[in-house]
Write a protein that binds this ligand. Sequence first.
Ligand code: NAD
Length: 390
Amino acid sequence: MNRSPLNGRRIRLGMVGGGEGAYIGGIHRFAARLDDQYELVAGAFDVDAERGHRFATQNYIAPERSYSDYATMAQFEAARADGIDVVAICTPNFTHFPIAKTFLEAGIDVICEKPLTTTLQDAEALAEVVSQTGRFLGVTYTYSGYPLIVEARARVQAGLIGKVRTVQVEYPLEWMATGVELKNNQQAAWRVDPQKNGRGGSIGDIGTHAYHLAGYVTGLKAESVAADLATFVEGRALDDNAHVLIRYEGGARGMLWSSQVAIGCSNALRLRVYGETGSLTWAQEQPNELIYTSLEGYTQIIKRGRDDLDAITRARTRTPPGHPEGYIEAFTNLYSGFAAALRARDEQRAISGIGALIPQIHDGLKGVAFVDAVVDSHQQGTVWKQPKYR
Ligand code: NAD
């Protein structure tokens, strides 16, 4: 593989999955375009090759770079002088491992959806491949891309709320409150199948987002977890609701709730962090505001877009306060962070700025280890379990 330097050009992106009727692939494409860092030039967009080729045509992909399967794509793209630099994996969880491994071994960097893999064994094997190949693997923990999440992180680190005592994080959704998987819902169908989703249901799908967010903002590492999982919709083999207690190193305590059956909750991810001298609250449905309350009893709304925010927060912001930014921009911040990291590596510079805070292989590994510990805890009677990686 002989690639021209990334300096002075867009990064060539390929995509696996994300075809017709798929959800997250479209968000990846928006995110890749918004800051103009990437061009999408190749793909194996669908498990159904015919549909994938149709989708490629509609998205102006050259016919010879629309592939019937990901293995052929990796082989041919690796052999082209103008082949893709990085591939985005936007497929169901059980396919992440073989697809990521194939591209990394072909010398192509990877942006992978969460959860990284369906088993801890696969996550460990993938970490080994990353280390052996020296390639980059970024994980799309979307919510760490929000500017005010970076701001919260910076303020916790600066000691604004003092030593953290408790972390309350919740990610409730309502879309699986009934058996939608039996009604041709493509997204739900594979999420209720342990072979395809992994051992954790809601905890793997969205609990991993919440877990990452809590650790990202506070810098705390989970020492042990105790979990109570429930399946409310009959016939499901996986949890659709999870409550998890977390003991963090250093004594802080956490509580995490993930649910796919919480009626009234569209995408109600919320994080509250309480320290010795204050607290911070952020909610995904009002992402342009971060609420700070001091021990003295005053409450301040910190607004995205202000000039006095942390430099990395400002680097992740595009419009002044009052012009809302949201989900697509947060996802873009991850993509632009990945681009910054890839360019830094290419130029043998240390990663800094927006590229420094991106989720990578170890974050993916920690997410899978968390799910494993949670499911073990529940199955053994809500006992305390140590995640293998933290
Ligand atoms: P989906 O079912 O909507 O789409 C999956 C796509 O992958 C489809 O186009 C399907 O044809 C394709 N596909 C499956 N196997 C393939 C293969 N072997 N080769 C090529 N294409 C293949 O799923 P989704 O809801 O978009 O979820 C996909 C992934 O994204 C999951 O891992 C999920 O956890 C993750 N996700 C992440 C976020 C986030 O916020 N980061 C949000 C939603 C989903």
